[in-house]
Design a protein around this ligand. Structure first.
Ligand code: PGA
Length: 263
């Protein structure tokens, strides 16, 4: 079975003032476009990726697995850093992101697990600041992030940088917003089981990535997409800070683009 990446030709490019926006007829076209870019980086040599969890990146990971199975991609020279993780969650916790990454991507490709990193704070007595600094240091030691894949929360969060996160923030322990905990309730079997805190790359950590590819799909994202592109950059909507980045692209399906003026 072949895996053929298709260029993003069947996407409409909006010449938005703040950053390039690509609107795909279906989300699969956007998934394929970002996956193809990652496959290109993997083929070129040592690659450092930053990866999210959630509904948004699932299609990209599916395409990467297809590419690997078709021998069009190898993760042998890849290092990955996840954006965030709930606090106090062990690697095998069913609702934790380590297990999620294993199921959605890592178990299906040739990535060396020693090079697949997640920020982690499992025990209450661990030194939080030291764990956060160690994650930043590991990213730096890897040479920085070549490409960072990002979804956006309905409240404008990026990673777990909730509203109120500073443009200069680095990896740290964060308090989760009520809506973020509500979104995770099903995975944890009830909101009362969702941790109140997480450890997340900061906004500045994200902005240090050499390329950022943001995706948003579905009508429930149209409002935050409009805010991200139009509102003045501020901590109220951390995704607005992406507009200052030199190589950021936003991929939308029609539903997520519904609030934009396409002229
Ligand atoms: P989603 O979450 O991909 O599940 O929509 C995005 C986010 O909250 O960052």
């Amino acid at each position: 079975m072949g895996w053929r990446a298709q260029a993003p030709l069947d996407m409409k490019k909006l010449f938005h003032t703040s950053l390039p926006v690509f609107v795909a007829d279906t989300r699969e076209v956007a998934d394929l476009s970002v996956a193809a870019e990652i496959v290109g980086l993997l083929a070129a040599g040592e690659t450092v990726l930053a990866l999210p969890t959630g509904r948004t990146p699932v299609g990209i990971y599916r395409e990467l697995i297809h590419a690997y199975r078709a021998r069009k991609a190898s993760f042998a020279r890849a290092t990955t850093f996840n954006l965030d993780e709930f606090l106090g969650v062990a690697p095998d916790h069913p609702a934790g992101f380590a297990r999620w990454m294993e199921e959605q991507l890592f178990a299906h490709v040739d990535l060396d697990r020693a090079r697949a990193r997640l920020p982690r704070l499992e025990n209450a007595d661990e030194d939080r600041a030291a764990a956060a600094r160690a994650y930043e240091a590991a990213i730096e030691a890897a040479g920085g992030i070549d490409l960072l894949v990002l979804g956006i929360g309905r409240n404008g969060h990026i990673g777990f940088n909730e509203p109120g996160s500073a443009r200069t923030s680095r990896t740290r322990v964060v308090d989760l917003a009520p809506e973020t905990r509500a979104d995770a309730a099903a995975a944890f079997g009830g909101i009362e089981h969702v941790p109140t805190q997480a450890i997340s790359m900061g906004v500045a950590t994200i902005l240090d990535a050499r390329r950022i590819r943001v995706l948003a799909f579905g009508a429930h994202k149209s409002d935050v997409v409009r805010r991200m592109l139009i509102d003045p950059p501020s901590e109220d909507c951390p995704s607005t800070f992406l507009r200052g980045h030199p190589d950021v692209k936003l991929f939308l399906d029609r539903e997520a683009a519904a609030g934009l003026d396409a002229r």
